[in-house]
Design a protein around this ligand. Sequence first.
Ligand SMILES: C[S@@+](CC[C@H](N)C(=O)[O-])C[C@H]1O[C@@H](n2cnc3c(N)ncnc32)[C@H](O)[C@@H]1O
Length: 435
Amino acid sequence: MVLLCDGRLTCGCADPYGRRVLGDTRTTSVTGVWTGEVASALRRDIVSGGSKFCGDCPLKLPLKKDEAPPARPLDAGALPGRLFVECTAACNISCNQACCAPETGITRTRQAGMLDFDLFTRVIDEAGPSLGRVDFFNYGEAFLHKRAVEMCEYIKSRYPDIFLYTSTNGLAFNDASARRLVHSGIDEVTFSIDGASQDTYVKYRQRGDFAKALANLRAMADEKAKHGRDVPYLNWRYILFKWNDHDEEMNTARRLAVDIGVDRLCWEITDHPEDSFSQRFRPGTADYKTIENQTWDHSRLSNAIPGATPRARIDVRTLVPALPIMARRGKTLQLHTRVTNLSNRRFAAQASYGRRLVRLGAQLCAADGTLINLDYARAWLPHHLEGGQHTDIQIEIPTPAEPGRYQLKFDLVSEGIDWFEKSGSQTTRKNLLVV
Ligand SMILES: C[S@@+](CC[C@H](N)C(=O)[O-])C[C@H]1O[C@@H](n2cnc3c(N)ncnc32)[C@H](O)[C@@H]1O
């Protein structure tokens, strides 16, 4: 659900003008809305094929001919697992032809300008125990709210295990508030900066100040480095338009990202505004292929910063490499591996809140390579593994109970994020014979 800045709850983030309201936290508890008549009827309608409530929602996926509606449980528990929090629908810039540009009158569709702090704490206090993730943004610019940083602190101090994420244009911070947010515990911050110079940046982010956005991003990176913090993970998300999609400009962004010390630079491929999106990198073009694994949606590990996409080599040591590994059923196998970091970024052995630490994983596959168990075995890195370094890791692997031929597939995993293979890293396969 999305908590609008006036306290109403809507069903999703693709509803800029608040047309699909499930209830109101000013008069009802979160549980009351989540299990209330509107939400319950919506669930019933969806499992029986469609709902009028959805209206023109762009996230709606029509059923194909003869396709059965999704079989989802009608009982969704007492509280949601994920919440968007909108501090305000107001914005300090006007994105070109955007649905949430101030000129659209979006703020007049809300019954309050700024989210009331006490209402916010009431919602978080109630929903916090069930929430796995809070997206601290919606339409507008969250950090225009004078207490936005305090709200992030509130969430992470009460519920440190909630994954707290925000997307910002970065223009409402000053040096002090940017640095303060770093210490809030927020897990990930995305800066929306679509260009590598003021001239191209303002073509979409009208009235924006490129230098200011960059300075605030730099302040956060600097504060992290100074205090040896691994969170927040800092993204620079760069939407490709026809005026910022040339090699020179994209390379300037890559250089700036390295210089500032951001964790990830990613290209966002968009299809709007219709007269402005990048034709050069339209999906399907040859140029798109060259940057596909640097795009936001490709994998959560993909990165446009040269050398930053995780790459590893995994050598599994066996007595006779050409022969399958032999094992007795029910016994535990001890395998010796050597893992080499082929990227120029650290593989962290430990991480705040346990997310983004890197472990070696063994997946169990059938003899023809078909996956049986993705999470079959894991081993910890003995220490942080810097770019170019290698380390030896012993991994304990249970032997399948059924005798026969199998494969073991080894890959590294950034816990809570993705397998390295998703971003193009090579895996290692070994045949396994269980007797
Ligand atoms: C509407 S903005 C609001 C949050 C915040 N003010 C910001 O700029 O990040 C939410 C997200 O939409 C993205 N966005 C804005 N215009 C877009 C476009 N034309 N295509 C794809 N994403 C877009 C932004 O980059 C941002 O990540």
